[in-house]
Design a protein around this ligand. Structure first.
Ligand SMILES: [Zn+2]
Length: 307
C-alpha cells in the first residue's frame, strides 16, 4: 500500500501483468484489438463481444488501489472520486432515486450492497425499511461505515467472504463489476446469496453507449489508471446474467445528482473550450453548490431477478 500514499492511487507501471488467455464470459480464446487508440490494451472476444484489458495486473494489485486516497484525491478524471465524503448530500439524493426504482420490483427486506464505499447508500436504505449490510475491499471505507453508522459491513472481496446463502432479497452492485478480476464468478456468487425471485441491481459503464462511441478514445469510461479491467455492453451483461441464473427485468441508463461545479469539471474533460465560459457563468450566479440530476447516458443499470 505504501506506494499508494501519493495524491492519487496508481498501479505501479512496472508490476507484472498476466495475459488473460480465455474470455471470462464464454471461454473463447480468439480476440481482436478494441479501440486501440486509447492505449489501454483492450481486446474484444470474437465470440461473445466482451471487452477487457488483455494484460491484467494480479488481483492483489487491483484491490490495493482502494485505500483512503481513492475516495479523496484531485484527479477524479483519472481515478477514484474528487471528494466522495463531501458529496454526501447528493449521493443520498441519488440513492433515493435508485430505490424508488428498485422497490417497484422488490419490497424492503434483507439486502447487501457490494462496494458500499462510505455507506451512504445502505444508510439511506435502512431509513426506507431495509435490513442492510455492506461490503467493500477498502479497509478505510469499512471502518468509516462501522464507526459512523454502526451498520453491518464486511471488508473483503465477494469471492472470499462468508455470507449466508439464499438469504438476501436484494443485492446491489454499482460501479464494481468493471473492477473485479473475475466478473462471472462475482455474478454467480450474487446469485447464490439471493433467494429465488430476489433482485440484483448493478450498474457499470456501457462501452456500447452512444457517448462512448461519439467520444471514442476520450470517453471517460477509459480511465487512465488500471481501475477498469472489464468493459460491458447491455448485450454482454445480458449474456453473463443469464449464465449466472438471472432474468433481466429492466434496463436503463442512470445518472446522479451532482453540483454544477462537478458537472463543469466533467464537461471540461471533453471540451475545455466550453468549460471556461460556463465557469464564468457559474461564478456570476453562484450556482456551484446547486444539485442537478445529470444523466450522461453512458452508465447502464440492469435490474435482474434470480430464477
Ligand atoms: Zn467471449
Amino acid at each position: 500500500m505504501s506506494q499508494l500514499d501519493a495524491a492519487s492511487p496508481r498501479v505501479a507501471e512496472n508490476i507484472e501483468r498476466h495475459t488473460i488467455d480465455r474470455c471470462n464470459l464464454c471461454g473463447y480464446r480468439e480476440t481482436q484489438p478494441f479501440c486501440p487508440q486509447n492505449g489501454r490494451g483492450l481486446v474484444q472476444c470474437q465470440n461473445c463481444g466482451l471487452v477487457y484489458v488483455g494484460q491484467q495486473p494480479d488481483p492483489e494489485e487491483l484491490y490495493a488501489l482502494y485505500g483512503e486516497t481513492y475516495f479523496h484525491n484531485d484527479e477524479s478524471g483519472e481515478v477514484g472520486y474528487t471528494n466522495y465524503i463531501k458529496d454526501e448530500k447528493n449521493i443520498r439524493k441519488t440513492v433515493n432515486r435508485r430505490f424508488d426504482h428498485i422497490e417497484k420490483f422488490v419490497q424492503p427486506g434483507k439486502m447487501i450492497d457490494i462496494g458500499c464505499a462510505m455507506g451512504f447508500f445502505i444508510d439511506e436504505a435502512s431509513k426506507r425499511g431495509w435490513q442492510v449490510e455492506g461490503m467493500d475491499v477498502s479497509h478505510f471505507a469499512v471502518e468509516y461505515v462501522k464507526e459512523r453508522f454502526g451498520h453491518n459491513v464486511y471488508q473483503g472481496s465477494l469471492d472470499t467472504l462468508e455470507l449466508e446463502e439464499g438469504a438476501y432479497d436484494l443485492v446491489t452492485m454499482y460501479d464494481v463489476i468493471e473492477h473485479v478480476p473475475d466478473p462471472k464468478a462475482y455474478m454467480m456468487r450474487v446469485a447464490s446469496l439471493l433467494r429465488s425471485g430476489g433482485i440484483f441491481e448493478l450498474a457499470t459503464p456501457d462501452v456500447d453507449s452512444i457517448p462512448a462511441k461519439l467520444t471514442g478514445k476520450r470517453w471517460i469510461g477509459y480511465k487512465l489508471s488500471e481501475e477498469h479491467v472489464y468493459y460491458f455492453s447491455v448485450n454482454t451483461l445480458r449474456q453473463m446474467l443469464d449464465y449466472a441464473g438471472f432474468d433481466v427485468v429492466h434496463v436503463r441508463h442512470i445518472g446522479k445528482y451532482v453540483t454544477l461545479r462537478l458537472f463543469l469539471d466533467r464537461l471540461g474533460f471533453y471540451a475545455p473550450w466550453l468549460s471556461k465560459p460556463l465557469q464564468a457563468l457559474e461564478r456570476t450566479f453562484k450556482l456551484s453548490e446547486r444539485a442537478q440530476y445529470i444523466n450522461p447516458f453512458d452508465i447502464v443499470a440492469i435490474t435482474a431477478r434470480k430464477r
